[in-house]
Design a protein around this ligand. Structure first.
Ligand SMILES: [Zn+2]
Length: 470
């Protein structure tokens, strides 16, 4: 029963962005001088995430609390312009109310935060705030300000010294946690509150709940809440600023709480936590020594019917096709060659000659030379001819992949995997169609059972980010 409820919630979380009523105000674009490239941010985030895995008691990815936080997180990051960073979400066994994000996507939430939240919207608010720091590039922006002068880089360092960011990225692992990357300016804080409120609104959560949560932390004063405010300094009147912002959004029906949050909250209350001091002293034991960014998505199924291990490796390798190149998890396999349609899938990702988990990359010739929007609709119609179960969810959205403007479409289909009831599992298919130079369309379909899609999405996004048409 619990599994059913969770699956339904996962579907709701997955589905909501396509149907969500968008705010009238578009998200601001990241701004400010930054000597780091997005790829470097991702690299720095990975290096530091490996450190976090060693220095903090991180809950294993198999924990239902972590899995819930991951689903919640991805329902929020879906509100960002796509493709976005390869976000990952983890929970730390720390008593203090805090959360932090590393450049390029890793986000960490303390158990103490989950315990202190009164409802799902408040937790979504804290996470949306952290996601906003990543999206707005606050860490590398701060690091640029702090480190560029130290390294003798002028304000034009990124233009004239093209490798400056690269050198810093190599040093990334040495940027010890708690130093350059974790302290934000008050400007960055008010921006993260502002963008976070908008992400909440777009995802269907009442941003007012974040204001309530901050007000509650304020009241607790010097006790558990102080940790959050030391990493995320109060820009002043932060609750009031969020309230004022929310009043400018069109009215909307909000989700405040869910039965699943209540269940996870109960589980969180029973979990062992450590104080910041105990963690600093290393007075904890690792539950899963391998835990870290490389095991993201690599979890066991609850039922016996699922495939054993579909988890992507965190290491990527490159594939050269005559029409494009792309990187993919090194433990996945390529089916096809440089001229043909290509499937990239984990060894266990193919069931009954169909792809259950993985990506298909192929070429489509539209009927007449036409714009990418019309070509994408023709492509979907053609896919549906061979797979009538395939249904489009929401509208085709604009997507830009390495400067090529294409379309992104979410679809639902039937998985070749069957659930415990013997019926096909619900499948999520994410189609990205891009115009090729010869007038044809190169498209990728990222495929996974609905319940696994959110875990795999960071991998799919990472693959998409590296797709270069020739
Ligand atoms: Zn903050």
């Amino acid at each position: 029963m619990r599994q059913t409820a969770r699956t339904i919630l996962a579907i709701l979380l997955i589905s909501s962005p396509a149907w969500a009523q968008k705010a009238n105000v578009p998200l601001p674009k990241p701004s400010g001088f930054n000597i780091f490239s997005v790829d470097q941010e991702v690299q720095i985030g990975r290096q530091n995430a490996a450190q976090v895995g060693k220095q903090y008691p991180v809950l294993p990815d198999s924990s239902p609390i972590t899995q819930y936080v991951q689903r919640l997180g991805h329902s929020l990051t879906e509100q960002l312009p796509q493709p976005t960073y390869p976000f990952q979400f983890h929970v730390i066994r720390e008593k203090d109310i805090n959360a932090f994000a590393l450049p390029g996507g890793p986000v960490y939430v303390n158990l103490g935060t989950i315990q202190a939240c009164s409802n799902e919207a408040q937790l979504a608010g804290v996470m949306a705030h952290e996601i906003s720091h990543v999206y707005m590039r606050h860490s590398t922006n701060e690091a640029t300000k702090k480190l560029a002068p130290e390294l003798g880089l002028g304000i034009f360092g990124s233009i004239f010294g093209g490798t400056a960011g690269g050198q810093l990225a190599q040093l990334g692992g040495q940027f010890v946690l708690g130093s350059a990357f974790l302290k934000y300016s008050r400007d960055a804080e008010s921006q993260a509150d502002h963008v976070g409120a908008q992400i909440m609104y777009d995802a269907g959560y009442d941003p007012f709940q974040l204001a309530l949560f901050f007000a509650k932390l304020d009241e607790e004063g010097g006790s558990r809440g102080s940790q959050f405010f030391s990493d995320h300094p109060n820009p002043g009147n932060r609750s009031e600023a969020i309230r004022t912002e929310v009043q400018q959004f069109p009215p909307k029906q909000f989700v405040t709480d869910t039965p699943e949050f209540d269940h996870i909250h109960q589980l969180a209350m029973q979990e062992k936590t450590y104080t910041a001091q105990q963690i600093a002293n290393g007075q904890f034991s690792h539950e899963e020594p391998e835990a870290g960014p490389n095991t993201n998505g690599d979890r066991d199924r609850e039922g016996p019917q699922g495939p054993p291990s579909l988890g992507p490796s965190g290491n990527f390798r490159s594939f050269e096709h005559n029409a494009y190149r792309i990187t993919y998890p090194e433990n996945w396999q390529i089916h096809g060659d440089a001229d043909s349609a290509v499937t990239i899938a984990p060894r266990d990702g193919i069931a009954n000659d169909a792809v259950a988990v993985g990506a298909i990359i192929n070429n489509f010739q539209p009927e007449h030379s036409t714009d990418i929007g019309t070509a994408t609709q023709q492509l979907i119609a053609s896919l549906q001819q061979s797979n009538p179960a395939l249904k489009q969810m929401g509208n085709a959205e604009d997507v830009t992949v390495n400067k090529v403007h294409g379309k992104s479409v979410d679809m639902i289909g039937k998985s070749p995997l069957t659930g415990s009831d013997g019926q096909p599992e619900r499948e999520r298919d994410w189609l990205v169609a891009l115009p090729a130079q010869d007038g044809s369309v190169i498209y990728v379909i990222f495929i996974a059972p609905d319940q696994d899609f959110m875990n795999l999405r960071p991998t799919f996004e990472q693959m998409l980010r590296t797709l270069h048409l020739k």
